[in-house]
Design a protein around this ligand. Structure first.
Ligand code: ADP
Length: 283
């Protein structure tokens, strides 16, 4: 069990007038190879939770274990934790600083101790994985498009080859094409590199297709957990906590209510298409 969160509570500004209980007794276990979709309305505690997983925030109460070791114990350094648990923050391109793309992507691995003669190969590997032309490596990241900058920033984290990768709203602010590209690179990382993924999103559309398990948060607590199919059974509840179900699921549900013989558990566009073709063929 690579990550285990036990009874985690976190209070911002403890003891001050602005005190805020952001996480309330959260427990969660994540297995190798999972693709977790962490969803919840803004302010539900998603960012606070993931910042605990690589030791950026320290629990007010509770523990975080990586391979059974408490990450705040003397048995492990936070440096080693951060090497294994990579984090792509919201709008990560704001943290680009290098004069060249190469410099930015090489920064993490270099700090981690990857020898100089292996850096070029590592950078190429990461750029390739995020779908950026290797020819961009000598360009200034600031000359690139928004989507490309985001990919450079993601490549910088991937270049450290974390076993577990957390991405906090990685598609925020991108156009549909950029969004698809980022999601497909995350999917590739999961399938080809077997990286365990934790994708934070408030958009069901984005993660329904990709996640093997959804973890739903509201008010600092985990309120639902399971496969996308199981979680989408609770459509009314999800609406109440400010989360929709995917559009395709709504469409199929509406068709079913009209008496059509469709299976409303299909929520990807591809599966929904199959159901709709079925209706048309029986007409
Ligand atoms: P999410 O990622 O789901 O939007 P957050 O983890 O950012 O939620 O926030 C959870 C709660 O903690 C919210 O009520 C938010 O206002 C509060 N919060 C987040 N960051 C801070 C901070 N630095 N100081 C005080 N309160 C914060």
């Amino acid at each position: 069990m690579p990550i285990r969160v036990e009874g985690l509570s976190y209070i911002y500004n403890a003891g001050q007038p602005m005190e805020k209980l952001a996480l309330n007794n959260v427990s969660l276990a994540i297995e190798d190879g999972e693709f977790i979709g962490l969803i919840g309305h803004t302010g539900s505690g998603k960012s606070t939770l993931v910042q605990h997983l690589n030791g950026l925030l320290k629990p007010t109460k509770g523990r975080i274990y990586l391979d059974g070791v408490d990450i705040h114990s003397k048995e492990i350094t936070l440096r080693s934790v951060r090497q294994q648990v990579g984090m792509v923050f919201q709008y990560p391109e704001y943290q680009l600083f290098g004069e060249t793309v190469f410099e930015d992507v090489a920064f993490g691995p270099k700090n981690m101790g990857v020898p100089e003669h292996q850096l070029a190969e590592r950078v190429e590997w990461a750029l390739n994985l995020v779908g950026l032309d290797i020819g961009l490596k000598d360009r200034s990241p600031f000359e690139l498009s928004g989507g490309q900058k985001r990919k450079v920033a993601i490549a910088g984290v991937i270049a450290m080859q974390p076993r577990i990768l957390i991405l906090d709203e990685p598609t925020a602010g991108l156009d549909p094409k950029g969004r698809d590209e980022v999601l497909s690179l995350v999917s590739r990382l999961h399938q080809e590199e077997k990286t365990t993924i934790i994708l934070v999103s408030h958009s069901m559309e984005d993660i329904a297709r990709l996640a093997t398990r959804l973890v739903v948060m509201a008010n600092g607590e985990i309120v639902l957990e399971g496969t996308p199919e199981a979680v989408f059974q609770h459509a009314d509840y999800l609406e109440r906590i400010g989360l929709g179900v995917p559009q395709m699921k709504k469409l199929l549900q509406a068709l079913q209510e009209q008496g059509f013989d469709v299976h409303p558990d299909h929520y990807t566009i591809e599966a929904a298409e199959g159901e709709i073709v079925k209706i048309l063929e029986t007409k």
